[in-house]
Write a protein that binds this ligand. Structure first.
Ligand code: FES
Length: 104
């Protein structure tokens, strides 16, 4: 029988309050816990939206399972990362993206 992993080995992190992490979100430090996704860290910090559509509508988590792409953020310079799937790493630099007039 073949093992089918959904996450890369580096993302298999034991969650727990003893493993804090800090990510920079638009230049502001936000704390979370090892094992959380970027979306989990943002939601835990009370943020409900972190992207805007080209029409200016706010977006955050909708499906939470990587299907809708509403949660896109830039992480460490890489655009269009699904925040609901990407495990937060200590020191990640997260930037909002989207909005009227922004190049796609
Ligand atoms: S919330 Fe739907 S892809 Fe992330």
């Amino acid at each position: 029988m073949t093992s089918r992993r959904m996450l890369p080995e580096r993302d298999l992190v034991e969650p727990g309050p003893d493993r804090p992490l800090t990510v920079l979100v638009d230049g502001e430090p936000v704390t979370g816990t090892a094992g959380q996704t970027i979306a989990g860290v943002l939601l835990g910090a009370g943020r409900r939206e972190w992207r805007t559509t080209t029409g200016g509508a706010p977006r955050g988590v909708f499906c939470g399972i990587g299907v809708c792409f509403d949660c896109l953020v830039e992480v460490n310079g890489l655009r269009d990362v699904r925040a609901c799937l990407r495990r937060a790493q200590d020191g990640d630099v997260v930037t909002r993206q989207g909005g009227p007039g922004e190049a796609r």
